[in-house]
Design a protein. Structure first.
Lengths: 359, 254
């Protein structure tokens, strides 16, 4: 890692140049909500002026730029009695600006799932390798809980990371590409004061979190609570609409579908992002549904996120961005569900009695 | 037609309209980009927007519209007797559609208002399934051309042809739309069957549920949502009843 500082106007010129020379995505205000709040999304940007550098959080994550909601896996063409398969992995290079540390951590988690397992995904790899990530820190929103998940800082998985230290950005340069792009611009070595400002900034971010979730020992806790009535309670609220999984930066479960061309001369195999909350997620051939109840489906989403599945080395995949909580129309959010789960057990008289002395 | 070594036959199609705007059938007729391929896939025996032939030897009957007259009942029963597969085609056929709005008002009053007292035979709007057995429903006002093509290909190749079971929200979120509830509107997306690519919310218009309820919807939670957002329950009921797709849920409430 190489550290430099850059003035904010110079940084803007750098972003402007990189955005104009590449296909770029960055946070943009796309709407104003009914309470006057701005709504942001990662959208295509063509000039630095279009980017909302001081955005709060995007409604949806940037996941779809790595795992498109619908992706063509292969194309088949049929000829007399025979067929050919065409597979394409190529992904045009893109620049992705303004990811928060939690979002970059989310991409790192996707790397673990998509690249480090027994069957690495070449589709994901192509996009990941061809994405230039510029991260930016921010003061947490009242409902951000990435610190609880220990995802509020990031030290890899980006090309460039910018910390706001007042009138300039403190840059962590993490790739040769980023370094050579920046060569054209006026950078300075961090001064003693810049270093102090960076530490101050980090402290400030760390101490600004107002939402904390106790996740210590949560995997074991979840195993114990498999039959807890709280799943049914929250499941009764769940609309099974899949919104949480769509906006989530790490939900990666998908469904595969074959589609014939209307002339029957070819077909495509596509995968599309699915959600474990959708009614037929666990429905199998013959019609049996392993998880017909809302609460069961909701539970499995929480298990995947906070207990971990073997496919992702049993690590928790939630990064604490609370996009699911903000987007949920039924007002279901990780903080309340996990607290409810803990409360239910911790108020249990047997559990709060003194543990036996060590023998 | 030979497909991967299997001999396929073109399916014989008849398309019929009852009380409707014929807009669903028009969706098929005017999709010029794939019309030749579509017509190669099917054998049109009876489809007045496409052909002047009137043949009765069809296997699949697409039935558009709702039933509002006694002669329509007879005609529908005759179609049912001839067809191997009867498809309720479009929202009117599936649920009664906008025609069902008239069911709220006494008939004499309606005839007086619309026909100025002329003698008109009419009755409350009924869905196709109220009269005959329906084998397959393709909802939508209008139907989605892509979906119909996919289902037709499924019928020809004898592979599964299904509708999404999940609600519109999935497709809406995939378009990165701002949730209409965040913009202060009641949208039926969370309880309406997907498959339309969330075309209305993408155009910033609330979903009015033309595709009817998704599978196993959580209606009480939806009602609670409208309440929590302090939106009008009357507006919600108005939207739910527009296409008559949520009749069962509305009745429960009363």
């Amino acid at each position: 890692m190489i550290y430099k500082v850059i003035s904010k106007p110079e940084f803007k010129s750098f972003i402007d140049a990189i955005v104009k020379a590449n296909t770029a995505y960055g946070p943009k205000q796309v709407d104003t909500g009914c309470k006057g709040e701005p709504v942001y999304q990662f959208m295509p940007v063509h000039a630095a002026d279009e980017i909302a550098f001081d955005y709060t959080a995007t409604h949806s994550s940037a996941k779809h730029l790595f795992l498109p909601f619908r992706d063509e896996l292969s194309k088949f063409s049929f000829t007399d009695g025979n067929w050919e398969q065409e597979v394409r992995y190529d992904a045009p290079p893109i620049v992705l600006i303004g990811l928060r540390p939690c979002d970059i951590n989310a991409v790192n988690i996707l790397d673990d799932v998509m690249l480090h397992g027994p069957y690495p995904s070449p589709y994901y790899l192509a996009r990941r390798k061809n994405t230039f990530i510029i991260g930016m820190d921010h003061l947490p929103l009242p409902d951000c809980f990435c610190k609880s998940m220990n995802r509020h800082t990031v030290n890899h998985g980006f090309n460039l990371f910018c910390s706001d230290i007042g009138d300039r950005y403190y840059l962590s340069i993490n790739s040769a590409n980023a370094f050579s792009f920046l060569k054209e611009f006026k950078l300075e070595e961090p001064s003693y004061e810049d270093n102090c400002n960076l530490i101050e900034r980090r402290k400030k971010i760390k101490h600004s979190f107002t939402t904390n979730i106790e996740v210590t020992g949560l995997p074991v806790f979840l195993d114990i609570e498999f039959n807890s009535p709280i799943w049914e309670k929250w499941g009764d609220k769940c609309l099974s609409c899949g919104t949480c999984a769509m906006v989530c930066p790490t939900c990666y479960c998908y469904s595969v579908e074959e589609r014939f061309d209307i002339d029957l001369k070819g077909s495509t195999r596509q995968n599309h992002l699915y959600s474990c909350n959708l009614v037929d997620f666990a429905q199998v051939a013959g019609g049996h549904n392993f998880r017909p109840k809302n609460g069961d489906r909701l539970k499995y989403r929480y298990y995947h996120h906070y207990r971990g599945f073997a496919a992702n080395d049993n690590q928790q995949i939630c990064v604490g961005c609370n996009r699911c909580g903000r987007a949920c129309l039924a007002d279901i959010n990780p903080k309340d569900v996990i607290n409810d789960l803990r409360l239910e057990r911790e108020s249990c008289m047997t559990c709060v009695s003194t543990s036996p002395d060590k023998t | 037609m030979n497909h991967l070594g299997f001999e396929l036959t073109r399916v014989l199609i008849g398309s019929f309209d009852f009380t409707c705007c014929e807009g669903c059938q028009l969706q098929l007729a005017n999709k010029e980009a794939t019309l030749p391929e579509f017509l190669a896939l099917v054998d049109i025996r009876n489809f007045r927007e496409i052909s002047s032939e009137r043949l009765d030897d069809y296997d699949i009957a697409l039935v558009e519209g709702s039933i509002t007259r006694s002669d329509e009942i007879e005609r529908l029963k005759a179609i049912r007797a001839r067809a191997k597969v009867l498809v309720a085609f479009g929202t009117c056929a599936c649920f009664g559609g906008v025609n069902s709005l008239k069911n709220r008002i006494p008939q004499e009053e309606l005839v007086r208002e619309v026909y100025d007292g002329k003698v008109i035979e009419t009755m409350p709007s009924m869905r196709i399934g109220d009269i005959v057995q329906v084998d397959l429903s393709i909802p939508g006002c209008p139907v989605s051309k892509d979906e119909v093509e996919r289902i037709m290909v499924g019928l020809v190749t004898r592979s599964a042809a299904t509708l999404p079971k999940y609600p519109v929200c999935v497709e809406c979120k995939q378009q990165l739309n701002t949730c209409l509830f965040d913009l202060g509107e009641i949208c039926l997306g969370p309880i309406t069957r997907a498959g339309c690519d969330a075309v209305c919310p993408t155009g910033k218009t609330a979903c009015l549920g033309c595709r009817g309820p998704a599978e196993d919807i959580n209606y009480p939670s939806f009602v609670q949502l409208v309440k929590d957002k302090e939106l009008s329950a009357a507006d919600m009921r108005e939207k739910l009843s527009l296409y008559n797709g949520f009749g069962g849920y509305l009745d429960q409430e009363n």
